[in-house]
Ligand binder design. Structure first.
Ligand code: IPD
Ligand code: CA
Ligand code: CA
Length: 277
């Protein structure tokens, strides 16, 4: 697979940061038994990973802007290009020694994501996509699942927890999803949820309260794999609204309908009735 020069730079940066995170994961597993736990160690690992990515990208593209979850936004002399980076997506998994996390790097050109990579160093799975060139997992072409029936679908979601997100709405959405799908999953790394949609492991995914670095790389993976990505109203404002619905054409459309119903007054009544003694 012939990648562009900038994608190869992004891949090199992700591999370098990934080597550090894989080493740190070993230490985290060891620290689980310490009373203080590994929280401070993981924060340092997160920051180290972002610094490694930023350094590697700046070597090759010093004038590009940079938006990272840990260090924030840094404008570049080149106002057209910006990297959007989540150096460690799935922090809570990482903190618990769960090998499901990723380095996510996207390239935005004039406000449009044109390349993205999501790399899980724990299992060495590298998802890449460039606009118009398809999506790949470890250099093999990937496409979204072809399943059309909800009853056959395995779907991923976020799980708002206390103090974050609309718990009542989430409960209605999840209740509706449980009645519709073959399986519901919550994996804890939004970038990998989108990458797994792109390679067909998952049939659909939705989540709210996300940041641009959670969404940027995964969105181009899904689109280049033939899938659809929108906000919860079916529009393109995923970054401004911080929400995503993704899947093949049918699954995406049907999931939008299910979420709309769960969010409606009828949805509230239906859950109230179901919960009534
Ligand atoms: C989190 C993960 C998680 C999602 C959270 C994100 P982080 O990213 O992607 O799956 O539900 O909303 O903040 O904090 O681990 O980089
Ligand atoms: Ca993160
Ligand atoms: Ca994240």
């Amino acid at each position: 697979m012939q990648h562009s020069a900038v994608l190869n730079v992004m891949i090199k940066a992700a591999h370098r940061a990934g080597r550090g995170l894989k080493r740190d994961l070993g230490e985290v597993e060891h620290l689980q038994v310490s009373l203080k736990g590994p929280r401070n160690f993981v924060t340092a690992a997160d920051r180290r990973a972002e610094e490694t990515v930023r350094e590697e990208l700046a070597k090759a593209r010093p004038d590009y802007g940079f938006l990272g979850e840990e260090g924030g936004a840094r404008a570049g002399a080149d106002k057209s290009h910006r990297f959007i980076v989540d150096p460690l997506d799935g922090t809570t998994n990482f903190l618990h020694g769960i090998p499901h996390f990723a380095v996510s790097i996207a390239l935005e050109r004039d406000g449009v994501v044109v390349a993205g990579i999501v790399y899980n160093p724990a299992n060495d799975e590298l998802f890449v996509a460039e606009r118009g060139k398809g999506a790949y997992l470890n250099d093999k072409r990937i496409r979204v699942a072809a399943r059309q029936r909800f009853a056959d679908a395995v779907v991923a979601c976020g799980l708002p927890h206390y103090g974050r997100g609309d718990l009542a709405l989430a409960r209605r959405e999840i209740a509706a999803a449980q009645q519709a799908f073959a399986g519901l999953r919550r994996y804890g790394a939004a970038t990998l949820d989108l990458a797994w949609i792109a390679c067909g492991r998952l049939d659909a995914y939705w989540e709210r309260d996300l940041s641009p670095w959670d969404l940027a790389a995964g969105s181009i993976l899904v689109r280049e794999a033939g899938g659809f990505v929108s906000d919860c109203d079916g529009k393109g404002d995923i970054f401004t609204k911080g929400e995503v619905v993704a899947g093949n054409d049918t699954m995406h459309r049907e999931l939008l309908r299910l979420l709309k119903e769960a969010g409606s007054e009828a949805g509230k009544d239906a859950i109230r009735e179901a919960a009534a003694p």
